[in-house]
Design a protein around this ligand. Structure first.
Ligand SMILES: Cc1ncc(COP(=O)(O)O)c(C=O)c1O
Length: 445
């Protein structure tokens, strides 16, 4: 009998450059820690502050529409069905005051895929602010593109400062570059004012910089009147990505859109379709038909977005405020999305004495027994190893029950809001005690 020995299957070196995405990594870390705890006799559960998923149910008009569109089994145009692109155009006008012809809209399987497609099409390097969402850098590695890290400063609350950006870009080559502007910002919860965006746009115009405006959390801006789309202030150079994953809680539907800049040539639009057709053919046609409901005017969906926005505001402001009171901890005050960012650097020498040597190990330490705090740290926020920071997602509660309770009896004062949070999100409330316990442990000599 012959024994066939396979040679090791080789993979591209670009794959070795990427790490497992944060959501999977945190899930695996929690599973491992849970097992260790079980073996050690500890049955206490986890503070789920890592995974950034909306805790709410799918808005009923959307889930019903998906059932009805099950028979739409044909392939569609790569850029998406025209009824949906028209609905997205109307949605952008209603919510953001943007005039977008449907021809400038491309539908994709979530904005993550659209961002990847965009990186593949647009020539030149990418400027990624740090800290940032984990998604961008691995895609750039896979595509073998250049990127430049632009460090956001805590003293400016991690917001892009136009003068710093101007100086930074002046030191780059004159080749085309694309700046990532994620607003509201994952991981800090920052929201840029119109004036701040105008100043950034001025710098981009001066240097001919394109902008990838990742506005996936736009409608999760707590005071929605404070949100301005970059597409309004820099229409000629901005690609806007948005979708139904966050404010309509339909991440698993995998549907988003990319709006191309007003100056996009016929060729660029055709190129986008060509690449979309090559990579994913089209987004699932039943999902596209259902999504029309998510974008057309609909009172129930508007109410849904407003209620979930208010709950995010209460939860985020409460928790960041409580965490900020803990000695050695500095938390950002979120204005949108469902995250805030925590700076642990004041504890760095105490942490090092306890063997927590870098920002990745910070996550492991917070998760360890008996602290049980699942967060996203280190590489997953594009942080340097010596920068001890963590992203906190304030979504660890039963979204449907909380939504129903809010609808029945919305809190009417600051004290009622605190009561509401204690009732609906007890684990998140208790996470502050766990954090305090971890800080005490780190400081113990
Ligand atoms: C900042 C940011 N951009 C994009 C995405 C991807 O969203 P989608 O579900 O549309 O791919 C996420 C998801 O976590 C995100 O946080």
């Amino acid at each position: 009998m012959w024994l066939i020995v396979m040679k090791e299957i080789l993979v591209e070196s670009s794959v070795d450059k990427i790490v497992i995405p944060d959501n999977l990594k945190v899930g695996l870390m929690v599973a491992k820690q849970r097992e260790q705890c079980k073996n050690g006799g500890c049955s206490f559960d986890y503070y789920g502050l890592g995974f950034g998923q909306s805790p709410f149910h799918i808005p009923p008009p959307l889930s019903k529409a998906l059932g009805k569109s099950a028979n739409q089994g044909h392939y569609s145009d790569a850029e998406g069905i025209s009824e949906l692109r028209k609905a997205i155009s109307g949605f952008n006008k209603r919510h953001f005051g943007l005039d977008v012809e449907p021809e400038r809209i491309v539908i994709g399987p979530g904005t993550k895929d659209l961002i990847h497609t965009l990186f593949g099409i647009i020539k030149g390097g990418v400027i990624i602010p740090s800290p940032s969402w984990i998604g961008y850098r691995p895609q750039i590695y896979l595509l073998d593109k250049h990127f430049h890290t632009f460090y956001l400063k805590p003293e400016f609350n991690y917001k892009i400062q136009p003068d710093d950006l101007d100086e930074f870009i002046s030191n780059l080559s004159s080749a085309q570059h694309t700046l990532i502007l994620n607003n509201p910002h994952n991981p800090t919860g920052n929201v840029y004012s119109k004036e701040e965006l105008e100043k950034i746009a001025e710098v981009c115009r001066k240097h001919n910089i394109l902008v990838l405006a990742d506005e996936i959390y736009a409608l999760d801006t707590f005071e929605i009147e404070k949100f301005t789309s970059m597409g309004l202030v820099y229409p000629e150079g901005t690609f806007i990505t948005n979708g139904i994953s966050k404010d309509r809680s339909a991440g698993g539907y995998r549907l988003g859109s990319c709006i191309l800049p007003t100056t996009s040539s016929k060729k660029l639009k055709a190129d986008f379709k060509k690449v979309a057709a090559t990579i994913y053919t089209n987004v699932s046609t039943p999902t596209q038909f259902a999504a029309i409901k998510a974008y057309e005017p609909n009172d129930e969906i508007d109410e849904y977005i407003e209620i979930t926005r208010q709950i995010h505001r209460m939860m985020g402001r409460y928790l960041s405020n409580e965490w900020n009171k803990v000695d050695g901890i500095k938390a950002t005050r979120p204005d949108g999305a469902f995250y805030f960012f925590v700076d642990f650097n004041d504890l760095s020498s105490a942490m090092k004495k306890k063997g927590v040597m870098n920002s990745n190990q910070l996550g492991e330490s917070l998760l360890s027994c008996p602290h049980h705090l699942a967060t996203v740290t280190g590489d997953a926020n594009m942080l340097d190893p010596d920068n001890f920071g963590a992203r906190i997602a304030f979504v660890d509660y039963d979204g449907k029950a909380t939504f129903d309770n809010y609808k029945k009896n919305p809190p009417k004062s600051a004290s009622e809001e605190v009561e509401f949070i204690k009732l609906n999100a007890p684990r998140m409330v208790k996470s502050t005690d766990a954090l305090r316990g971890w800080v005490d442990f780190i400081k113990q000599t």
